[in-house]
Design a binder for this molecule. Structure first.
Ligand code: PMP
Length: 364
């Protein structure tokens, strides 16, 4: 030990250089309008509460089902798949991690910029190479360039984050068909979208679709997600996961949520209506807003003098924060620096946001 300045120097050299993922700010105290991490403003199905109470108590002495079979069966039923096409994890982040663990490293992982900023972090942990392909301002899928990427696994977020733009199955099929490797379509926001790549699974054995309970089901705190793929890919992922990667309470709560599809539809319907209302309202102010198929809006604010740009976006971000409204600002790329990502809240929260925008415009 004496030759080292700190025991951290025993860590692998690539790990010493890592930067941890930066999650959205989690405020302490009350009174915040929290629209910065795309959580659901509505509570989960009341069935979840009941199922969790039932799962408490003596049964917690026992390990959970290592394969989360009840969940695999219920989700297979929901999507018209067979249970051997499904695997569950501790949030969809767990599945994304398993995918990088199993398919990246010797050869790079590819993804688009901007998209979910966890992909490079997972690749860094795994010491995998990365190939990043930038979008242009249209935020449309660069199909030909994606097919040509020198990578073994490709991550496509659809609908994309932070833009909310969804890609059609027709576009995705071209990429999946042409790309020599695994294509992961990260469908964290698919319940708010027009189409799902699940319909492509029967055509493409190299396709993996991931889902989460954190958004549409309102269960970010429970940590549950799943992947759907060819049984041979699920088998590979099963070999690299933690043995008990979904705890007993989460399995019980998640199953109850999955079974209550009418509740899910009602909540998703409310969020979509609110989203479309506010997109139209902000467009009426002359603000550009990408067409969103998710539960958030990526909007380019324009100040009272008609200006847009990073200073305007950051100015509104700070103005919101001083008034306890949290949204997300991504200053690091010119494609995102003039925008704010605002998660769709409930009607009261959105009214408050809207009134705050009116005040900001008047005070300028
Ligand atoms: N994929 C995308 C695109 C996301 O935005 C998020 C949530 N930030 C996730 C995956 C992670 O979801 P989970 O909470 O299930 O880990």
């Amino acid at each position: 030990m004496s030759a080292l300045n700190s025991p951290s120097e025993y860590a692998l050299s690539h790990v010493r250089k890592l930067h941890a993922y930066t999650p959205g700010f989690q405020p302490k105290g009350t009174g915040w309008v929290k629209l910065n991490t795309n959580e659901n403003p509505y509570p989960p199905s009341p069935m979840v509460d009941e199922a969790l109470k039932e799962a408490m108590g003596d049964a917690l002495r026992l390990y959970p089902d290592p394969r989360s079979m009840a969940l695999r069966e219920a989700a297979a039923n929901l999507h018209g798949l067979s249970p051997d096409q499904l695997i569950f994890g501790n949030g969809s982040d767990d599945l994304l991690n398993l995918l990088v663990r199993a398919f990246a490293c010797e050869k790079a992982a590819g993804y688009l910029m901007p998209s979910y900023s966890l992909y490079p972090v997972l690749c860094g942990i795994q010491n995998s190479g990365v190939v990043e392909l930038p979008f242009d301002r249209s935020m449309e899928l660069p199909i030909d360039e994606l097919i040509e990427l020198d990578a073994r696994i490709l991550f496509i977020t659809s609908p994309n984050a932070p833009t909310g733009v969804g890609f059609s199955n027709e576009e995705l099929a071209k990429v999946i068909e042409g790309f020599d490797g695994i294509v992961v379509v990260d469908e964290a926001y698919a319940d708010f979208a027009k189409e799902t790549a699940v319909d492509l699974l029967s055509r493409f054995p190299n396709l993996v679709v991931t889902r989460t309970f954190s958004k549409s089901y309102g269960l970010a705190g429970l940590r549950l997600g799943y992947a759907m793929a060819d049984p041979s890919v699920v088998d590979i992922l099963d070999r690299v996961r933690d043995s008990y990667n979904v705890n007993r309470l989460t399995q019980a709560g998640g199953l109850a949520a999955l079974r209550d599809q009418s509740y899910l539809k009602a909540v998703v319907g409310k969020v979509k209506r609110t989203r479309d209302f506010y997109r139209a309202e902000w467009e009426a102010l002359g603000w550009f807003c990408y067409p969103s198929q998710s539960n958030f809006l990526f909007v380019e604010p324009r100040n009272a003098s008609g200006e847009t740009g990073p200073e305007v976006a950051q100015g509104l971000f700070e103005y919101f924060k001083q008034r306890k409204i949290l949204v997300r600002y991504f200053p690091s790329s010119p494609l995102t620096a003039s925008f704010l990502r605002i998660s769709v809240g409930d009607e009261d929260q959105m009214l408050h946001v809207s009134e705050t925008i009116s005040k900001w415009l008047k005070n300028a």
